[in-house]
Design a protein. Structure first.
Length: 129
């Protein structure tokens, strides 16, 4: 069973699904993501720090996504070519501006949803007390 509540997962899913939809409806096969590339991108977007950076080697990435180091490296190169991430140096990647904006919007949505949930909880406790 997943310990993450749907409320907490939804904003990330929105960012990922929006970009995945854009890539999936792309008619150019060179712009479509494979399952491995999608898994690699999901790891990057979900583990990026506040500045949008992720420090991870291709070997570590391969282990996380259940692949080999060469395949993980090729997936990262494809994500870079598609403009989803920037490679700063070996082992250091950063979300591109477009992806970072989407991520910031997802965080804003998540914070707003949590604020609304908390307000409803407080209202419920006041009424039921």
């Amino acid at each position: 069973m997943n310990d993450v509540k749907p409320d907490e997962r939804r904003p990330w899913s929105m960012v990922i699904n929006n970009t995945l939809f854009q890539l999936a409806t792309e008619t150019d096969p060179d712009r479509q993501l494979t399952a491995l590339q999608y898994r690699v991108w999901t790891v990057i977007i979900s583990t990026a720090d506040d500045s949008g950076s992720v420090r991870i080697t291709t070997s570590q990435m391969a282990e996380l996504v259940g692949s080999t180091q060469p395949n993980a490296s090729r997936a990262l190169n494809k994500l870079t070519a598609l403009g989803l991430v920037d490679k700063i140096e070996n082992g250091l990647y950063r979300l591109t501006e477009k992806t970072a904006r989407s991520r910031a919007e997802a965080k804003r949505i998540k914070d707003e949803v949590n604020r609304q949930i908390e307000a409803k909880r407080k209202a419920f406790h006041v009424v039921s007390a």
